[in-house]
Write a protein that binds this ligand. Sequence first.
Ligand code: IMP
Ligand code: MG
Length: 187
Amino acid sequence: MANSMMDQDILKVLYTPEQIRARVQELGDALYEAFQGRNPLFLGVLKGSFIFMADIIRACQVKSDLEFIAVSSYQNGTKSSGVVQILHDLQQDITGREIVVIEDILDSGNTLFFLKNYFMTKGAKSVTIVTLLDKPSRRAKAITADYAGFVVPDEFVVGYGLDYAQQYRNLPYIGVLKPEVYTKRAD
Ligand code: IMP
Ligand code: MG
């Protein structure tokens, strides 16, 4: 694969496409064991989870359907604002459903803390949290993932769906962004 201009903004690669694929399959196998016969609703948190969502549903061949919700807690910076806004709401009734939330990264926990309560308020029977990445060092809310792909250090990561200011989502690996890329901006 040709090197991209984006690669120059990456300090180091944390997980290669091969490592991601192997770990996603392990998560898919675990979810299969947990959810076969239960018709779960896979619920992706946009935009960051869209690539993980596409891969995990194919790695878990249970009868299921899927839904998305779009939220925002960042204003193009690298720190959560703490206020979660719904940008695109659920398009179906989730009463009585077993929800499997698919998220890219659990950081401060603000997003998933809010969403878990939101889905319970909407009548979900259960809410299971699946996150590709977990950054526990930054947790501000009492929330844990039921399934986590990789535990990452307190560095800003991009790729495989994760962005900085909406860019780098299309990198096939997960890497640490060079701090000078975001510190040169005035946010
Ligand atoms: P939380 O609400 O702080 O847990 O953050 C959750 C959301 O923040 C994730 O869904 C990501 O969209 C974003 N986020 C947190 N940490 C990172 C990171 O290191 N890189 C890219 N996005 C991140
Ligand atoms: Mg996200």
